[in-house]
Design a protein around this ligand. Structure first.
Ligand code: SAH
Length: 213
């Protein structure tokens, strides 16, 4: 598949939708999304749609990946430091993050997807990306504190462990059910004096679950 032209077209659409951070746009141009979905779906890989990746899970829409990455990078032209991603899935967003951060830890609770992500990422030479198998609701204390934490699955609230493992000055972006019983994107900024929580637009992510399977 000669995917570069379609990928660049996808990124032009992202720009038209308001994504403007140069490093995020560059990462979205670089990572070959079609390598992360079944070959039968490869021709849809650059459409702005979520796609099934097996075990009832989905790869997020390009627009949502770009939006969340942009929120993490906001206001800075520097690379992020250490980043924790909860919900590796097929590994696509982890690959995008690896271009935006010095170090990425990505954790997945389903063994089948953890293995699939490893397979998908093989040969991409992303030496700063570390795939972990485990329950991301507990975060990953060994890598803490994190400059940024990003979750691709949404629960009723943001686990305390994530806030604890966030560095002062760090930012967390995650879907969570807010007062209205709807899932919204939530940004948590950790400052020296406490945490500031901002609720953004409604989103639809797969559920955050505890334990491994
Ligand atoms: N970023 C992924 C999106 C995958 S969907 C991608 O680019 O493909 C979200 C993933 O979160 C699913 O694979 C699901 O199994 C995982 N997940 C849900 N709860 C989790 C938890 N507690 N710890 C780790 N992963 C979790």
């Amino acid at each position: 598949m000669d995917s570069q032209a379609v990928r660049w077209a996808m990124v032009r659409k992202l720009e038209a939708q308001g994504v403007s951070h140069p490093a995020v746009l560059a990462a979205m141009r670089t990572v070959e999304r079609h390598r992360f979905v079944d070959s039968a779906l490869a021709n849809q890989a650059y459409e702005d749609t979520s796609l099934p990746i097996g075990l009832g899970q989905t790869i997020s829409k390009p627009n949502v990946v770009a939006r969340m990455c942009e929120l993490l990078c906001q206001g800075s032209r520097e690379k992020l430091g250490r980043v924790l991603e909860i919900g590796t899935g097929c590994g696509y967003q982890a690959a995008v993050l690896s271009h935006l951060a010095r170090e990425v830890y990505s954790i997945e609770r389903l063994r089948g997807l953890h293995d699939k992500a490893r397979e998908n990422l093989r040969g991409m030479r992303l030496s700063n990306l570390h795939l972990l198998f485990g329950d991301g609701m507990l975060g990953y204390p060994k890598g803490a504190p994190y400059a940024a934490i990003i979750a691709a699955a949404g629960g009723n609230d943001i686990p305390d462990a994530w806030i604890e493992q966030l560095a002062v000055g760090g930012r967390l972006v995650a879907p969570a059910v807010t007062g209205s019983d709807r899932q919204n994107l939530v940004v948590v900024d950790k400052t020296a004096t406490g945490v500031v929580r901002t609720v953004l637009e409604a989103v639809l992510f797969v559920p955050l679950k505890s334990g491994v399977a």
